[in-house]
Structure formats: C-alpha cells, structure tokens
Design a protein around this ligand. Structure first.
Ligand code: SAH
Length: 203
C-alpha cells in the first residue's frame, strides 16, 4: 500500500529530468549507468539469438524509451506498459511525435553509434515510433497483470528498473516475476535490467 501511494505522486517530467538529463545522462564513460545500460541491451539483442520477430511485451517502463532502442530492430510490434496513466500518456505523446516531449535523441544517437551499422538516428526513431502501437496499463502485483491475456503471448519480455523498484521484499519480487512471466509464450525470453544491493537512492 505504501509503495502504491508513493507512485501516485510520481512525476514523469521530474523523473526524466533527474535520471535522463545531465549530469546523470553522461555518455562519456561506461562507468556511468546510462551508457552501461545501453550497451547491455545492444549486446544482448546482437548476441545471435534468433529473436522471433513477433510482439514482445516491454513492460513497466515509466516514460522512458531507451530500453527499446536495440530491441525495436528485432520485433515487429512492441507492447509498452506502465502502471501509471501519467507515464502512459507521456510515452504516447512521444510515440506520436508531439512537440514538447522529452528529447531522447542523445540516447538514440549513442545506440546507433554502439550498434555500429551507420544507421541514421532518425531512422531508428521512426522505426520505434511505428512499432509502438499499444500502450497498456499493468500491475505486476496482480496474477493477471494486464487484466486480460496478451494475444498473442509475447515472444520476449523486457523489464527495466521496475520489478525490484516496486516490490517491498524478495517474495513479492518473485511473485511479480511469475505474474509478468505469464505473458510470455512457452520458450520465450525474459530480459531483466535493474539495480540490486543499493544502499541509497538520490531523487
Ligand atoms: N523503466 C524505467 C524506470 C521505472 S521507475 C527506467 O528504466 O528508467 C518504476 C516504474 O514502475 C514506474 O514507471 C512506475 O509507474 C512503475 N510501477 C509502479 N508500480 C507498479 C506496479 N504495481 N506494476 C507495474 N509497474 C509499476
């Protein structure tokens, strides 16, 4: 209940400013979390896995899109989800290319650079926007997190800095993982990106 109440005050603009603009958005060294995350994702999606090219569910995303930049080359559709309407709206505005939304271009440029295919960043941006067609509400603490089965079930599931952030303890984390796992087809892939063992968090 306390976690839920805390998230009711979540401000997507403040979250983006705090985590995805300088000084935190520092691309100069992989000591910093932003380029580290982008490289993990780029390497994972380039790892030679036969990604099946069907919808993955990219879950619990807050208003961020960086975690989809390497994924979007491998899947025809990306189903994005978040618990909060404010986050889903922010993401929808970005996907529709509305003016005044967060500028992800430094992230998109960086990913194009590390992927090394010489792709113009605007092309990746266009591809991701085109593949982001459904933005759905989710609650990972419910056995049926989307309130209805995902049709067809997802080939891959990507969760970035969510399950551990919204779970009060390890048992709740394990249950949340099982709940979102139910959205995957048998044999599908789950990718979890997150932070463990932190002693404090600056906001
Ligand atoms: N993916 C973002 C960070 C997420 S912050 C990033 O990488 O920066 C945590 C996210 O969890 C927020 O978007 C919040 O809306 C979402 N969240 C909070 N409670 C949730 C719940 N019960 N189920 C699913 N998502 C939840």
């Amino acid at each position: 209940a306390a976690l839920r109440e805390g998230y009711e005050r979540f401000d997507p603009r403040a979250y983006l400013r705090n985590n995805y603009l300088p000084p935190r958005a520092d691309f100069s060294s992989e000591e910093f979390v932003v380029p580290w995350k982008l490289r993990c994702l780029a390497e994972t999606f380039a790892s030679g896995e036969q990604w099946p090219g069907k919808p993955p569910a990219a879950l619990q995303r807050a208003p961020t899109i960086y975690q989809l930049l390497s994924a979007c080359d491998h899947f025809e559709e990306i189903v994005a989800t978040d618990y909060l309407a404010v986050n889903r709206e922010e993401l929808g505005r970005w996907a529709r290319g509305e003016p005044g939304t967060f500028d992800w271009s430094p992230f998109i440029r960086h990913v194009c650079k590390i992927e090394g295919r010489g792709e113009p960043w605007q092309e990746k941006e266009r591809r991701l926007r085109g593949r982001l067609r459904r933005i759905l509400p989710i609650d990972v603490h419910r056995p049926d997190p989307l309130g209805a089965p995902l049709c067809p079930p997802a080939d891959a599931l990507l969760s970035a800095f969510c399950l551990e952030a919204v779970s009060p303890d390890r048992d709740a984390f394990a249950r949340a993982l099982a709940h979102v796992g139910s959205l995957l087809r048998p044999g599908g892939h789950a990718l979890l990106l997150g932070a463990l063992g932190e002693s404090f968090y600056l906001a």
